[in-house]
Design a protein around this ligand. Structure first.
Ligand code: IPM
Ligand code: MN
Length: 352
């Protein structure tokens, strides 16, 4: 199995090194074969060559690899974020990875910022639409730099696009015996585009009689996610709202250092990345938490059918968190590398 690895920028490089270490170790232990091919795309590559992603880059990823792994992209030297957009958003769009799968799972009670919450209270998944919405760069600037400047950013909602992500949420719920699907939009204020979400939700919900279908406006969802996250199993929403509430979800799990994600087109080459960014001030200092990156690698292995390998990584991370073997922000005293080493050690020991 071939996996393309793009460490990217900043702490992306630090955490990817640990994810790679863990993937190699787990494949070694289980005797599974994966080839990790490192791709140098990122700010340095762009600044040196003027190329964000080579012209055949998307096709190469799609046709020659089973999965793509990304650390993080973003560098202050590239002020307009062009390379980040073309690599990260470019892969999402060009490979049509319409499902942004972001599990929100509390690994240890201690990490939840809410009072008195147990691990079973924070355990849901967010499906964020990943190919449309406000992210499509349709719009423009007019009279730029003047007092009369206008900036227009259109939100794209297509029947097919909404249908496939809402359908995915219902299918996931019924396949995993999850009782509740909540769709969040802003159809009270955005009566045109979000009427489509309403229509699709009403159309699909009756096909899943075992699943309770609930609608919330996105602002109410933000409130309820904090007041009582235990009421959610599956949340489905658009690109921008999904971006925002998954940072909120990360906070519920103990921070961005723990939030993993997959960008999927079921059945096709998909991409996996931690939810966090490149955090330039922390880069190269051996302080970033590699767990989100490692858990994203577990999502990738699971997607590739390597279920035991994924479960072993998950268990090892959970064990590390419970024992306080991690970085400072989760109460440990280990660096990035030492955390990766610890998790690797647990995986090797458990199988031995
Ligand atoms: C994310 C990130 C990206 C997004 C940025 C880097 C464009 O915040 O993956 O959540 O908004 O999708
Ligand atoms: Mn985000």
């Amino acid at each position: 199995m071939r996996i393309a690895v793009i460490p990217g920028d900043g702490i992306g490089k630090d955490v990817t090194a640990e994810a790679v270490k863990v993937v190699r170790a787990v494949c070694d232990v289980f005797g599974s074969r994966v080839d990790l091919e490192m791709l140098p795309w990122g700010a340095d590559y762009y600044l040196q060559r003027g190329v964000t992603i080579p012209p055949d880059g998307y096709a190469m990823l799609r046709d020659q690899f089973e999965a793509i792994y990304i650390g993080a992209l973003g560098d202050p030297r590239v002020a307009d974020h062009r390379h980040a957009r073309e690599i990260l958003l470019g892969i999402r769009f060009e490979l049509d990875l319409y499902v942004n799968y972001r599990p929100v799972r509390l690994l240890d009670e201690r990490l939840c910022p809410l009072k008195g919450r147990r691990i079973e209270d924070v355990n849901f998944v967010v499906f964020r639409e990943n190919t449309e919405g406000l992210y499509v760069s349709i719009g423009g600037r007019f009279k730029t730099g003047t007092e009369d400047e206008i900036g227009i950013q259109e939100e794209l909602n297509t029947y097919k696009g909404v249908r496939r992500i809402v359908g995915h949420a219902f299918e996931f719920a019924s396949a995993n015996k999850l009782r509740r699907v909540c769709m969040a939009d802003k159809s009270n204020a955005m009566a045109e585009g979000h009427a489509l979400w309403q229509r699709v939700f009403r159309e699909l919900a009756p096909r899943y009689p075992g699943v309770e279908a609930r609608h919330l406006y996105i602002d109410a969802l933000a409130l309820l996610m904090i007041q009582d996250p235990s009421q959610f199993d599956v949340i489905v929403t658009n690109n921008m709202f999904g971006d925002i509430i998954t940072d909120l979800g990360a906070a519920l799990q103990g921070g961005l250092g723990l939030a993993a994600s997959g960008n999927l087109h079921p059945g096709r080459t998909s991409m996996f990345e931690p939810v966090h960014g490149s955090a330039p001030p922390l880069a190269g200092k051996n302080v970033a938490n590699p767990m989100a990156a490692i858990l994203s690698a577990a999502l990738m292995l699971e997607y590739l059918g390597l279920k035991n390998e994924a479960a072993a990584i998950d268990a090892a991370v959970k064990h590390a968190v419970a024992g306080g073997h991690g970085t400072k922000e989760i109460g440990g005293n280990l660096g990035t590398r030492e955390t990766g080493d610890y998790i690797t050690g647990v995986i090797q020991k458990h199988k031995a």
